[in-house]
Design a protein around this ligand. Structure first.
Ligand SMILES: [Zn+2]
Length: 340
């Protein structure tokens, strides 16, 4: 499909119908696909059109990895990490919610920003979570305050901040680009000094005694720390094993939600994480594993329905958009294929 029918359509009303049809995220991507489309649907036009549309109340969000309320409480005393509540809520959904809902949440995020909600420190979080696209989006509204971007701490300092549950320091370190896979000090906890801490294992272990341990672990995972990476030595200690032994049911649930495998065994004791913690952590792991299995099953079923072309309720795609003004070209009738 060439871009010319699209350009003609966009020029009719300056992209208003396209924006209502696709939402801001897809409209922005559309405007970036070629020079001609960039000229008729630049980012500034998308932004202005978004501001002219009414804000819609966001529906209840599915539990993700990052709880906006807990994050707000944890950072309340740090002025450099403040974000207005509605924006933080949507940001947490964009980065930590189900992948198939990301576009919808991104649309909400752009709408809030276009309606004048200040991004606050959102670009610090976007940097910390290694989301360059989001960094660009936030900095289109408010350029980053360079003073807030700190330097990468030493490995020793980074691990100390994780073990003590110093959330603002960990966010700053992540935003500065600290290596999330860096090897830390020796474990000496369930091993004989043959293994080294990873940042995520350290956060898991600290979760039993530090209030902000689970949030730090969630941020590390959202920054792509591997939730299944075992220790560096022969013991096979996983972050979930550390979490179970710390006694933090919240942390165990987060790890399993992020995809942690429950089955690995400790090389010495042959125990899995289920047997290494308390009754409470065992219950949390089993419950979250059941939710994960049910969610995967539902997603597979949706994908199968979408593939067979029976799902008529999905949002229209760009091919459908093209058909709006090329009625002689018949629709293939296929739904969006990317559903997970
Ligand atoms: Zn070891």
């Amino acid at each position: 499909m060439g871009a010319s029918p699209l350009i003609g359509f966009l020029e009719l009303d300056g992209g208003a119908r396209t924006l209502e049809f696709c939402g801001p995220t897809l409209a922005t991507r559309l405007g970036q696909t070629c020079v001609s489309l960039t000229e008729v649907l630049p980012w500034t036009a998308v932004r202005t059109l978004c501001a002219s549309l009414p804000l819609q109340q966001s529906p209840a969000l599915q539990a993700g990895l990052l709880d906006p309320d807990a994050l707000t409480i944890a950072t309340v005393h740090d002025r450099s990490l403040q974000i207005e509540a509605p924006l933080l809520k949507v940001l947490c959904s964009v980065v930590g919610g189900p992948a198939m809902q990301t576009t919808r949440h991104l649309d909400e995020l752009v709408m809030l920003l276009a309606h004048g909600v200040s991004p606050g420190s959102a670009s610090i979080y976007a940097r910390a979570l290694r989301r360059p696209g989001l960094v660009t989006l936030f900095e289109r509204f408010v350029p980053v305050n360079e003073e807030l971007i700190s330097t990468v701490p030493t490995t020793e300092r980074f691990f100390e901040d994780i073990f003590t549950g110093n959330l603002p320091a960990v966010i700053s370190a992540l935003a500065a680009g600290v290596d999330i896979s860096v090897d830390g000090p020796k474990i000496f906890d369930g091993d004989v000094g043959c293994c080294l801490w990873s940042p995520l294992s350290a956060a898991a272990s600290a979760s039993g005694r530090r209030l902000h341990g689970p949030i730090i672990a969630a941020l590390l995972m959202l920054a792509r720390a591997d939730c299944n990476r075992p220790c560096t030595g022969p013991c096979g200690l996983t972050p979930l094993m550390h979490g179970a032994r710390s006694g933090s049911a919240e942390l165990c649930a987060l790890l399993v939600r992020a995809g942690a495998d429950v089955r690995p065994r400790h090389a010495g004791t042959r125990c899995t994480a289920l047997e290494m913690g308390t009754k409470v952590t065992e219950h949390a792991i089993r419950a979250e594993r059941d939710v994960r299995a049910a969610t995967a099953l539902a997603a597979a079923s949706r994908a199968s329905v979408a593939k067979s072309g029976k799902n008529r309720a999905m949002r229209p795609n760009l091919k459908a958009l093209a058909n709006l003004f090329s009625p002689q070209e018949p629709s293939t009738g296929k739904g969006r294929r990317k559903a997970r």
